[in-house]
Design a protein around this ligand. Structure first.
Ligand code: GAP
Length: 513
C-alpha cells in the first residue's frame, strides 16, 4: 500500500513538474477536484481524444460526430432521470465530520479482499513456477474462493439495497463489516442519505425571470435530443452511432485521487442506435471492440479487466466497466451500457415529439434501443500517464526517469538538439524543426549539456531526440536517439520524417486493433 501511495505521489508531482497537470487556481490555494492541463498535458489530452475520435468516427462509416451545447433545456434532466435519481448515497462520520460515499466505503472493503486474492496468486505463482495455472488456482484454492465469495455476496447485497432504496441496510452492511472512517478510525456513523450530483445555475438577467439550469452531468443527453436531427439530415440507417466529446460536471463528494474523480471533466461517449432485440449482440461487440482499442496502445493486457455490474443504473439492462490497474488498484476506466429505449422513450414522453425510426426492411416505426460506450478523457489520461512513468535502473547502475508514453499519444514526437550553441549547428537544428513541424509536433532545445537534455526529454515522454553535431556540417547526417531503448542511429536528415512517421503514425497503432 505504501508503495502504491508513493508511486501515485510521484505521478502527481511528475505531472506538475513536466507541465502536464496543475491544480486549478493554484495561486488561490486551488479548487478541490478541479485541474488545469499545462503545455504538455493539453497535447497529450488532444492526442488521446483524437485517437478515440479516429477509431470511433473516422474508422466507422456508420458513426458520425456531434458537438452539443453544455446548457440544455432543464426538462432534459427530468426526462433522463437525473433530477430524481442521479444521487450518491452519503454517510458522515460523526467523529471526523468527514463525508463519504457509502457505496465506495463498501467497494473499498471488497477491493481489499481482491488485493488479498492477488497477493495469494502472486505467492502461488512464485511457488509453482511454470506449472502454475491461474484459472484453476482461482477456482479451487479454498482461501481465495472464500475471499471471492465473500466479496461477491457483499456487492450483491449492496446492489440490491441500493436498487430498493433501502439505505438502512447499506448502513447495516457498513456496521456489520466493521468499516471504520479511514481518517479517524471511528465507527460512529450517521444514517445514509441520498445527495444529487448535478450543479445548478441560472440563465437570464433578472432574478424573477431567470431559468434554473443544470450543467450537464453527462454528454449522452445531447446526443439523444439530437437523435432525429442527425438521423434525418445524415440519412443514417440503423444500426448507426453518434459520437461526442465534451465537458461534464458532477458535484462529486468523494473527489480524491487526482484526476480520477473530478468535478469538471471530459467524456468521450458514443450512442449506438440499434434494432430492439439486438442489444445483446451489440453489447458483446462493443465490449470487445473497446477493449481492443485500449490494448492497441500496448499498455499491457494484464492491466485491464471487465467488471460486470450487479447494480444496474436506472436506464440499463446490462452494463460492464473496463477497469484499469491505476496506481491505487483496479478501477473503472470506461463503461459499456445497454441503455434499452429508456432515454429516447423518456424524451418522447416529456417533449411530446416522436423520436422514432422508420425501418424500411421491417416496414414499421420503432424507438431504437441504444448501446453506449462512455469513457472519461481525464481518466484515460491518468491511465496512460501513470502506466508510462517508470523509474529505470540502467546497466551502468545509474538511473533515469522515463515517461514511456505510447508514441502515438506523446505531446512532442521529437526534440531537435544542436550539440553546441555555435558553429552553425543551431541554424541547422532550427531548419530541421521548420521542416518537421508540418507533420509532427517537434521542439527545439539547446539549453544544458546534451546528456541532460536527453534525460529531460525522456522524462517529458518525447520518443525521439535528434542531435545535430559537427559531422552534420560535412555529410547532412544527424544522430537519432530512441527514448525507450536509448539506442542511437546515424541517419540522413532527409530520412527523419519517415523514421518518425513509422513510430507515431495513427494508422499503424489502430491497425493493432
Ligand atoms: N453516459 C453514461 C455515463 O456518464 P458514467 O459511468 O457515469 O456513465 C462514464 O461515466 C465515464 O466517465 C466513467 O467510466 C469515467 O471514465 C468518467 N467519469 C465519470 N465521472 C467522472 C468524474 N467525476 N471524474 C472523471 N471522470 C469521470
Amino acid at each position: 500500500m505504501a508503495n502504491q501511495n508513493d508511486k501515485f505521489k510521484k505521478v502527481i508531482s511528475h505531472a506538475k513538474e513536466y507541465g502536464y497537470i496543475f491544480q486549478s487556481s493554484e495561486i488561490y490555494d486551488g479548487l478541490s477536484a478541479v485541474y488545469d492541463y499545462g503545455q504538455n498535458g493539453v497535447e497529450l489530452k488532444n492526442n488521446i481524444r483524437d485517437y478515440w475520435w479516429k477509431a470511433m468516427v473516422q474508422m466507422h462509416d456508420n458513426i458520425v460526430g456531434l458537438d452539443a451545447a453544455i446548457f440544455m433545456h432543464p426538462t432534459t434532466w427530468k426526462a433522463s432521470g437525473h433530477v430524481d435519481a442521479f444521487n450518491d448515497p452519503l454517510i458522515d462520520n460523526k467523529d471526523s465530520k468527514k463525508r463519504y460515499r457509502a457505496d465506495v466505503l463498501v467497494e473499498d472493503y471488497v477491493g481489499k479482499l481482491d488485493a488479498k486474492i492477488e497477493k495469494e496468486v502472486k505467492k502461488a505463482a512464485k511457488r509453482f513456477g511454470d506449472a502454475f495455472d491461474k484459472e484453476q488456482y482461482l477456482a479451487t484454492n479454498p482461501r481465495v474462493v472464500q475471499y471471492k465469495e465473500k466479496g461477491d455476496a457483499i456487492l450483491k447485497r449492496m446492489g440490491k439495497s441500493l436498487e430498493n432504496e433501502d439505505l438502512a441496510d447499506v448502513k447495516a452492511l457498513i456496521e456489520e463489516l466493521e468499516i471504520a472512517c479511514p481518517l479517524s478510525g471511528s465507527r460512529n456513523w450517521t444514517d445514509v442519505k441520498q445527495f444529487n450530483l448535478m450543479f445548478g445555475t441560472k440563465l437570464g438577467a433578472s432574478a424573477d425571470s431567470a431559468m434554473d439550469l443544470y450543467l450537464r452531468p453527462e454528454t449522452a443527453q445531447g446526443i439523444f435530443v439530437n437523435f432525429l436531427n442527425v438521423q434525418k439530415t445524415g440519412r443514417m440507417k440503423i444500426p448507426f452511432g453518434i459520437a461526442q466529446t465534451g465537458k461534464a460536471f458532477r458535484n462529486e463528494i468523494v473527489a480524491r485521487q487526482f484526476i480520477f474523480r473530478m468535478r469538471e471533466f471530459e467524456q468521450m461517449e458514443m450512442q449506438f442506435f440499434i434494432k430492439p432485440g439486438s442489444q445483446k449482440k451489440w453489447y458483446d461487440y462493443w465490449k470487445e471492440h473497446r477493449l481492443k482499442w485500449h490494448l492497441s496502445l500496448g499498455m499491457g493486457e494484464d492491466n485491464y479487466r471487465f467488471h460486470d455490474h450487479e447494480k444496474l443504473a436506472h436506464y440499463a439492462d446490462a452494463a460492464a466497466d473496463i477497469e484499469f490497474r491505476f496506481p491505487f488498484g483496479f478501477k473503472e476506466l470506461e463503461g459499456i451500457h445497454s441503455r434499452t429505449d429508456f432515454d429516447l422513450s423518456q424524451h418522447e414522453k416529456y417533449s411530446s415529439k416522436k423520436l422514432q425510426y422508420f425501418d424500411h426492411e421491417e416496414n414499421k416505426s420503432y424507438v431504437p434501443y441504444v448501446l453506449e460506450t462512455s469513457i472519461g478523457l481525464d481518466r484515460m489520461f491518468l491511465s496512460v500517464f501513470s502506466n508510462s512513468l517508470v523509474d529505470e535502473t540502467l546497466e551502468d547502475g545509474s538511473s533515469r526517469v522515463v515517461l514511456r508514453l505510447p508514441a502515438v499519444l506523446a505531446p512532442y514526437k521529437a526534440a531537435v538538439l544542436p550539440l553546441v550553441k555555435k558553429d552553425g549547428l543551431p541554424e541547422i537544428a532550427r531548419k530541421i524543426v521548420e521542416d518537421l513541424k508540418w507533420d509532427f509536433n517537434v521542439m527545439y532545445d539547446e539549453k544544458d549539456a546534451v546528456g541532460r537534455r536527453y534525460r529531460r526529454q525522456d522524462a517529458a515522454g518525447t520518443p525521439y531526440c535528434i542531435t545535430v553535431d559537427h559531422d552534420t556540417l560535412e555529410d547532412n547526417t544527424v544522430t537519432i536517439r530512441h527514448r525507450d531503448t536509448m539506442e542511437q542511429q546515424r541517419v540522413k536528415i532527409t530520412e527523419l520524417k519517415d523514421i518518425i512517421k513509422k513510430e507515431v503514425d495513427v494508422k499503424s497503432w489502430l491497425m493493432r486493433m
